[in-house]
Ligand binder design. Structure first.
Ligand SMILES: *Cc1c(COP(=O)(O)O)cnc(C)c1O
Length: 348
């Protein structure tokens, strides 16, 4: 089949990056033990411990982010607990109830916030609003870094949230489906953005970073990981040929490709945002801090853009979402920007 022109509707439209592909190819030579008892899986877990500058982290691999988030949250909760999240959180809007399902009913406490981010005051108000037996006991806060609309929590913001969590007896989980993009953008180390700031548990996205499939779950406090392997197996997340989930991590982590790819994707988002900044009919909905650009436009303009062959989703806030990945082609981005500009001029 001939390749279709590149689209930016989602960062998981992208293919597999060369580093992940090469590692899978290498892992495909010969046979090794199954179910994660293989050298690739050990090497990938060690690569995470090196990257995160801690020998203590326990690392698990799941097929996708929904499973990683849902099982991670379930591991922190009893069924009568609750999880504080933002209204736009993927765990609330895009996981079909998986966190509630895998936790046997732990309730998500959804917080509306002006910028889609949680903060200590919001967390405190939800966590302390009720303390009676009739309300599910708050147990975890989950934040998405970067958020679903491409904003970042600064290290100071994460630290302040973690401090509030500690004070209130809550655990802090980070949905890092685009964790690499956040690291590249903030220019901080993975350790600084997680355990050094007080994050207990991280889901680190591989798929949107350039892998075929796979997310890593990192427990920074080993005791929290107790029996987590059983949870993964029961949920159908223990890959028998685990090396094909783990080897790609070796490929992207050891040589630094994870960060370079994310930096490229972020730069692509800035490129589109800059190219259309002065187009009056398409306006930026959110600050561009990672690999996402959201543009608000009249429905007829969005339709006209689609008619020119561009694909995009409008499920967040009604605007057009463009997401960039390791393979985003700057020439295609410029073509998109040109089409946006041309539509605008036609309307004028
Ligand atoms: C993509 C994404 C996930 C993972 O989604 P899956 O389709 O289950 O892999 C999780 N959280 C966020 C914020 C995402 O954007």
């Amino acid at each position: 089949m001939p390749p279709e022109p590149q689209q930016f509707a989602s960062d998981n439209y992208a293919g597999i990056c060369p580093e992940a592909w090469a590692a899978m190819e290498a892992a495909n030579r010969g046979s090794v033990p199954a179910y994660g008892e293989d050298p690739w899986t050990k090497r990938a877990a060690d690569a995470f411990r090196t990257l995160f500058e801690t020998d203590a982290a326990e690392v698990f691999f799941a097929f996708n982010g929904t499973a990683a988030n849902a099982l991670a949250l379930a591991s922190l909760c009893q069924s009568y607990h609750s999880v504080i999240c933002s209204a736009s959180a993927h765990v609330e809007t895009d996981e079909c109830g998986a966190p509630e399902f895998f936790s046997n009913g732990s309730k998500l406490l959804v917080v509306a916030s002006p910028d889609g981010k949680l903060n200590p005051a919001l967390i405190r108000s939800v966590a302390t609003g009720r303390s009676d037996i009739h309300f599910p006991k708050p147990r975890v806060v989950t934040i998405t870094q970067p958020t679903e609309t491409g904003q970042l929590y600064s290290l100071a913001e994460i630290g302040a949230i973690a401090e509030t969590c500690r004070e209130l007896g809550l655990r802090l989980h980070m949905d890092g489906a685009r964790f690499a993009n956040a690291c590249a953008s903030l220019g901080c180390s993975p350790a600084e953005m997680t355990w050094k700031a007080g994050v207990d548990l991280l889901c680190f996205g591989g798929t949107k970073n350039g892998m075929a499939a796979g997310e890593a779950i990192l427990f920074f406090e080993p005791a929290l990981a107790e029996d987590f392997g059983y949870r993964c197996k029961q949920a159908g997340q223990l890959a028998s040929k685990m090396r094909f989930l783990s080897a790609p991590w070796v490929g992207v982590l050891e040589g630094g490709a994870w960060l370079a790819h994310a930096a490229h994707a972020n730069a692509c988002a800035r490129r589109l945002a800059a190219a259309v900044a002065d187009v009056p009919t398409f306006t930026l909905m959110f600050p561009v801090e990672a690999n996402a650009v959201f543009l608000r436009a009249a429905p007829e303009h969005l339709e006209a853009l689609r008619a020119r062959g561009w694909r995009f989703y409008t499920f967040i806030g009604g605007g057009a979402r463009f997401m960039f990945a390791w393979d985003s082609d700057p020439a295609r981005i410029d073509a998109l920007a040109d089409d946006i500009r041309a539509l605008s001029q036609r309307a004028a």
